[in-house]
Write a protein that binds this ligand. Structure first.
Ligand code: ZN
Length: 268
């Protein structure tokens, strides 16, 4: 069953930008992954596999979207719906508003100019989150309250970020049983890893590049970043195939990932 390939995406938008792929590219990436013989799993299936050891079979991909941008709803969700592809989105919970969207056709704004406290219209609102969830395709989990770097020595603030965001997710989804966290910018330290279970999380995602292998630490699950497509389409799809191929081999993929991410091994 392992490795499970967990792919990371951010923006889905027609403007080219950092951490952004176009809607067309999202569609092509999904079709390429299917062509390679992989199947997409729901977040529920993923949780059963990692927490209850349920065998979900080989060559599985979980699609993850970080930050919860409105462009996921506007440009990505129609594609996911059409192709019936499940995914999970990690929300910065302080950005979620319970108000009606005023402007659907938002002015494009570069990712580097985003302000997580002020640009709330660029994030999903509650009704969009609920609509996507009701489709049966999308699940949601926490990406902290304010996109706080969890490589912090401020234990109180870390606790607040972890607890407040978990409370918010649990308020939106009262029947949710298991909680996952996604480290903003992939930052964490030993303190943050240890606080996860205290604050009610069952597992957490990192930005360490690689597949999720048997026996891995579930507090820093590896993922495969496919969120950047400023390069040419053919290059993007080639790189995507290469990474998925490599990381679906348990031994080779693990060795390569451990070598590439050796700096993370300093954190015990
Ligand atoms: Zn993020």
């Amino acid at each position: 069953m392992f490795p499970i390939c967990i792919c990371t995406l951010h923006h889905i938008h027609t403007q080219s930008d950092s951490l952004t792929i176009s809607p067309t590219m999202l569609q092509k990436a999904i079709l390429r992954i299917l062509d390679m013989g992989f199947t997409f799993i729901t977040y529920g299936e993923f949780i059963e596999a990692i927490l209850q050891n349920k065998n979900i079979g080989k060559k599985k991909v979980l699609l993850t979207f970080d930050d919860g941008y409105f462009d996921l709803y506007r440009f990505g969700f129609p594609i996911l719906k059409e192709l019936r592809i499940p995914a999970v989105c990690f929300l910065i919970t302080n950005t979620i508003r319970d108000s009606k969207r005023e402007i659907y056709d938002l002015e494009p704004k570069l990712h580097k100019n985003f302000n997580y406290s002020n640009d709330l219209e660029y994030f999903l609102n509650l009704s969009e989150i609920l609509e996507m969830h009701a489709s049966g395709l999308m699940e949601f989990d926490s990406h902290s309250a304010t996109h706080f770097s969890c490589n912090s020595e401020d234990t109180e603030r870390l606790k607040q970020e972890l607890t407040h965001s978990r409370d918010k997710i649990s308020e939106i989804f009262p029947h949710k049983k298991y909680f996952g966290f996604c480290f903003p910018r992939g930052d964490f330290n030993t303190n943050a890893l240890n606080l996860l279970s205290t604050c009610g999380y069952d597992f957490a995602f990192s930005t360490i590049d690689g597949g999720l292998c048997k026996g891995d630490d579930l507090r820093r699950i590896r993922r495969i970043d496919i969120s950047q497509s400023t390069r040419k389409e053919a290059d993007y799809l080639f790189r995507l195939s290469k990474k998925l191929n490599l990381y679906s081999y348990p031994l080779l993929g693990n060795l390569y990932s451990n070598f590439r991410n050796r700096k993370f091994h300093r954190v015990p």
